[in-house]
Design a protein around this ligand. Structure first.
Ligand code: HEC
Length: 107
């Protein structure tokens, strides 16, 4: 996809702490951290993300389209509730970054 080249240089490793966590902090963390996270999914650390939520895998390392995070933020995927439920949408650029992070193994 063309847009990926403007966001991530080929083979550049995506960093969870500096590139991915800020996106979840901005759109998701208010509902997805702490003792009673929505959907039983915490998005505050790689470990918690990998643990997934009440209905399954939030990420499948290496396969961005198989995990619930991408299904929930990309329009028209699977008829799932869109995340975040209200307010600003995750931008295409941020979605590209998350996809690339998962493709690289969600580390
Ligand atoms: C205003 C609160 C709110 C925000 C903000 C929010 N969510 Fe959610 N999320 C929910 C609720 C409520 C559920 C449970 C929906 C259900 O059970 O049908 C949920 C469920 C989920 C699930 C499914 C978990 C599972 O295993 O069933 C995923 C994945 C998810 N959210 C991802 C995200 C992502 C990624 C963001 C940020 C881009 C986000 N959410 C932002 C409220 C929120």
């Amino acid at each position: 996809m063309l847009v990926s080249f403007s966001v991530i240089a080929a083979d550049e490793a995506v960093s969870f702490n500096s590139q991915i966590k800020p996106v979840f902090d901005k759109y998701c963390i208010q509902c997805h951290e702490g003792w009673f996270p929505k959907g039983k999914l915490r998005l505050d650390s790689v470990e918690n993300i990998r643990e997934g939520g009440k209905t399954g895998f939030a990420v499948v390392p290496g396969q961005p389209d198989k995990g619930l995070i991408i299904m929930s933020i990309v329009p028209g995927k699977n008829g799932r509730v869109r995340m975040p439920p209200q307010g600003a949408r995750v931008s295409d650029k941020e979605i590209m970054l998350i996809r690339e992070w998962i493709r690289q193994g969600a580390k």
